[in-house]
Design a protein around this ligand. Structure first.
Ligand SMILES: Cc1cc2nc3c(=O)[nH]c(=O)nc-3n(C[C@H](O)[C@H](O)[C@H](O)COP(=O)(O)OP(=O)(O)OC[C@H]3O[C@@H](n4cnc5c(N)ncnc54)[C@H](O)[C@@H]3O)c2cc1C
Ligand SMILES: NC(=O)c1ccc[n+]([C@@H]2O[C@H](COP(=O)([O-])OP(=O)(O)OC[C@H]3O[C@@H](n4cnc5c(N)ncnc54)[C@H](OP(=O)(O)O)[C@@H]3O)[C@@H](O)[C@H]2O)c1
Length: 278
């Protein structure tokens, strides 16, 4: 009798049970930073291997029953037991209008094929590594700032992050702050990481676009660093298309050349999102 009951339960789930998603990953925490930004963590599929800085496709089931997927940088480092994501909330965005409502215990779809250009293998060895980001373009660097290889390979690591408003910097600020006491990489980070957050539309101790602070030399003066040069400096760039284009011109002006996984050079670029968004 007991056996029959068990079999029935397994074959026919209770009508209230949610359909099981393909490539499902269960949400373990959600943090809302502003009305436009949130981060969340999910259980990491055991088989998922990735290099810090890469992105994957994640999403939810659409109303038509088909997966609605978008590219997302993995914001956690390759050694982490969970996966972290840092996300925009686009009010009428097909995915994020719904994704922003996920709760602990919910499932998302996670396609286990990580790819991307913001990886250490795509750069030639150097002395200083620059992470240049706007908005959610911080996400791949949230991973790389927690990656031991970053500090093993470079003497100094500079994180330039620019947002319109102060509150939009908070996820990055807390992450950088937490590194000092991190039992796994705190010692490696030491005083190698230089954090340079700026805003453009709200008063803040440091202000201005990444592009302007590089072109004017302000960031070099503020941090006591020499101007960028192709022998010592390496860079990874992640922002809107317009940002990426403008930064690329500036880096090339310093003599750096864009590289890729198949052709390591002095800098690499990845879009933080597709669309005109500027
Ligand atoms: C390689 C890659 C990595 C990405 N990684 C991330 C990530 O880590 N975090 C993240 O939030 N998004 C990331 N994106 C963007 C993401 O794929 C989606 O576009 C985003 O989740 C919005 O999805 P949506 O369906 O709600 O709206 P969509 O239809 O995809 O976008 C609608 C519009 O919203 C704007 N928009 C979309 N994403 C952003 C954004 N991140 N910041 C500012 N404006 C945006 C654009 O103008 C876009 O046209 C990445 C995109 C690419 C190509
Ligand atoms: N952030 C918000 O509060 C907000 C609110 C509602 C809607 N939105 C919409 O959401 C989308 C994305 O907004 P976002 O704030 O995440 O991204 P964003 O518009 O790309 O701005 C992020 C930061 O990047 C700077 N920036 C933009 N283009 C640049 C370039 N070519 N070179 C150097 N720096 C550049 C901006 O400076 P500037 O300030 O000088 O442009 C800002 O500090 C936009 O369509 C926007 O209209 C944003």
């Amino acid at each position: 009798m007991t056996e029959v009951t068990l079999m029935t339960d397994a074959a026919a789930p209770a009508p209230t049970a949610k359909p099981h998603l393909p490539d499902a990953a269960r949400v373990t925490s959600v943090t809302h930073w502003t009305d436009r930004l949130f981060s969340f963590r999910v259980e990491r599929p055991r088989s998922l291997r990735f290099r810090s800085g890469e992105f994957v496709m994640i999403g939810l089931l659409g109303d038509n029953g088909k997966p609605l997927l978008r590219a997302y940088s993995i914001a956690s480092p390759a050694w982490d037991e969970e996966l972290e994501f840092y996300s925009i909330k686009v009010p009428d965005g097909p995915l994020t209008s719904r994704l922003q409502h996920i709760k602990v215990g919910d499932e998302i779809i996670l396609r286990p094929k990580p790819v991307g250009t913001l990886v250490h293998d795509a750069l030639l060895p150097g002395k200083r590594l620059w992470f240049l980001a706007t908005g959610t373009g911080l996400a791949p660097f949230a991973s790389l700032m927690r990656e031991p290889e970053t500090y093993e390979k470079y003497d100094q690591v500079i994180m330039m992050h620019t947002c319109r408003e102060v509150a939009e910097l908070e996820y990055g600020r807390q992450l950088v702050e937490s590194l000092k006491d991190d039992p796994l990489i705190g010692e490696l980070v030491g005083d190698k990481l230089l954090y340079y957050p700026t805003t453009t539309r709200e008063a803040f101790p440091r202000m201005g676009r990444v592009t302007d602070n590089l072109s004017s030399g302000k960031v070099f003066a503020d941090l006591g660093l020499p101007p960028m040069n192709r022998d010592e400096d390496r860079a990874m760039v992640c922002g809107s298309l317009a940002f990426n284009i403008d930064v690329k011109k500036i880096l090339e002006g310093f003599g750096l050349t864009e590289g890729a996984n198949s052709d390591p050079q002095q800098f690499v670029v990845e879009k933080a999102f597709v669309g005109d968004g500027i």
